[in-house]
Design a protein around this ligand. Structure first.
Ligand SMILES: N[C@@H](CCC(=O)N[C@@H](CS)C(=O)NCC(=O)O)C(=O)O
Length: 214
């Protein structure tokens, strides 16, 4: 099984963590934005990462890939069967992939991707505005709902946790300081999910990769 992409993308990091939690063997084929790799484009016709090639079956989109892997490898379950728990899991995945990602992308792109990978200045004012104005309501929302179990849905690890925690690695890479006094549950939650072996190796590699481009 091949996962195309870079784990600097929260979508790719989520899929890699999902496959790791299921102990699936896979290879990551690094591709960058705009990459013309034929295998990548065959699996992801619009050139967005991640993409999957599972023995010739190509699939794009992190959520589609996770649902595919869940159906093919149901143990351990990461998408609950119970209707309400499943609905919530899909909501958190969607929240992370859209609302949280959009805010994080403005910060990460302008502070890290543009200057370090594209060789041009980022719009630092836009990044600062996103951190100051857009991010706090999202953090408030999450802080209010992290359960004592440390898992968002059904007191067990699900796709919801992998999706919601993943962008927090980008926040860290981009120097976003999330105050543990204001957000005690959320900071502990994100740190615990990202410390799981399914995430930790990717994030360590990313730190090295970003540092090399300084
Ligand atoms: N909804 C998609 C989003 C994928 C996506 O937008 N990936 C970005 C990287 S974070 C990308 O490949 N962008 C390149 C482009 O838009 O051309 C998913 O969940 O996989």
């Amino acid at each position: 099984m091949i996962i195309y992409g870079s784990t600097l993308s929260p979508f790719v990091r989520k899929v890699v963590a999902f496959a790791n939690e299921k102990a699936l063997p896979f290879e990551i084929k690094p591709v960058g934005i705009g990459d013309r790799d034929p295998g990548f484009l065959a699996a992801s016709p619009f050139g967005k990462m991640p993409a999957l090639d599972d023995d010739g079956f190509g699939l794009a989109d992190s959520s589609a890939i996770c649902h595919y892997l869940e159906a093919k490898h149901p143990d351990p379950a990461l998408i609950p069967a119970d209707p309400k728990l499943r609905g919530r899991t899909i909501w958190y995945d969607e929240f992370a992939d859209t609302i949280l990602f959009n805010c994080g992308a403005t910060i990460f792109f302008n502070r890290i991707v543009a200057p370090r990978f594209l060789g041009r200045e980022g719009d630092l004012a836009a990044a600062d505005r996103a951190e100051r104005d857009t991010l706090p309501p999202l953090l408030d929302y999450l802080e209010a709902l992290i359960p004592a179990s440390g898992y968002l849905v059904g007191d067990a690890l699900t796709l919801a946790d992998l999706a919601v925690a993943s962008p927090f690695a980008n926040f860290e890479h981009a120097g976003v300081a999330i105050d543990p006094t204001t957000y005690p549950r959320l900071t502990a939650y994100a740190a615990a999910i990202l410390a799981r072996p399914s995430f930790a190796a990717s994030i360590e590699r990313e730190r090295g990769f970003i540092a090399k481009r300084a």
